[in-house]
Write a protein that binds this ligand. Sequence first.
Ligand code: SAH
Length: 363
Amino acid sequence: MTPLAEALACRIARDGPIPIDAYMSAALLDPDHGYYTTHDPFGGAGDFITAPEISQMFGELIGLWLYATWQQAGAPPAPLLTELGPGRGTLMADALRAIGQASGGHQPFRLHLVEASRCLAAHQRQALDGHDVTWHTTLDDLPADGPFYAVANEFLDALPVRQFVATPRGWRERLLDWQGGRLVPVPAATTDASDPLVARLPGSVPTGRIAELGPAREACAGALARRIATSGGAALLIDFSAPGLPLADTLQAVRGHRYADRFAEPGGCDLAAAVDFGALAGAVEAAGARAVGPVAQGAFLRALGIDARAAILQRNAGPAQARAIAAARNRLVAADGMGEDFRVLAIVPAEAPAPEGLAPPEP
Ligand code: SAH
């Protein structure tokens, strides 16, 4: 049993069963035992690998996208660039190198990162050595002035979801109880009819069906959108999606590159849930900005020129390295993997054109 499981058992004995969002928050960000608070999860020896850790091309293309989008808006002065949940800082380091090359050595952006884990912020500080960066633990603390550019890769999937289960008496929130020495999902005894989330759930579904909603994710997308609607700018939200949401149970645990029991080892493995991009787009539009997409990650990276970038890198590489570059490119765009499972949604001001890589195909 992990130390966090013991702490949750005490909490449940004292206060009763806890909702899934409280479990997810504790498992990822508990100050003493949370997964991100105490681990560096990335890379071959870690628990999972993300797109920027697969290849420098990912962060470079995103950097060029940010720079081009800012230029197309007329290069407004003092733009802010934020990344939400920068992990090891790899995406931002690659993006800044590409921006520096495109601009002839000039860095136009003020860099502000949002990171809740002190352990990962330390990695980011190392990766971004030489850049002037300010860290914040929440989005609310970012400076309020200036056009606003943002990127979030595999950030929203870590923000907590709430789950509901269909019972013969209607929807009930799914809670975790402590029974027989482990965490067990149980339906709540009653439903708070005034909960606006419950009102969004469909009426007639078979008993046992699970619904998953991400109000914290929608609030985050809404906050970015309000900022962009007021100050201008653009944001890219990149994450894994799943069919059927919100009528799906996508909460997953990963450890050592394998799926693990979601409720067995809180704090010892990564927890994430697929992102409902339709719900995010709704939150963006409600906040007065324009949502463009989502498009598949593979199509987005190809439109941004990943093939040309791979060819340039391969030209300067030995045979083994050239093969590794091709493999990384394939992994990022594969139709039977990340290229299709991951989606990209852009937020731009209401009147702005669709940005590069997300424009609908010519009729
Ligand atoms: N973007 C990186 C890391 C993804 S993992 C990459 O693609 O490799 C998720 C990141 O979000 C981690 O850095 C984690 O510490 C951070 N994070 C998770 N929940 C957060 C929250 N509520 N507030 C701020 N950062 C958070």
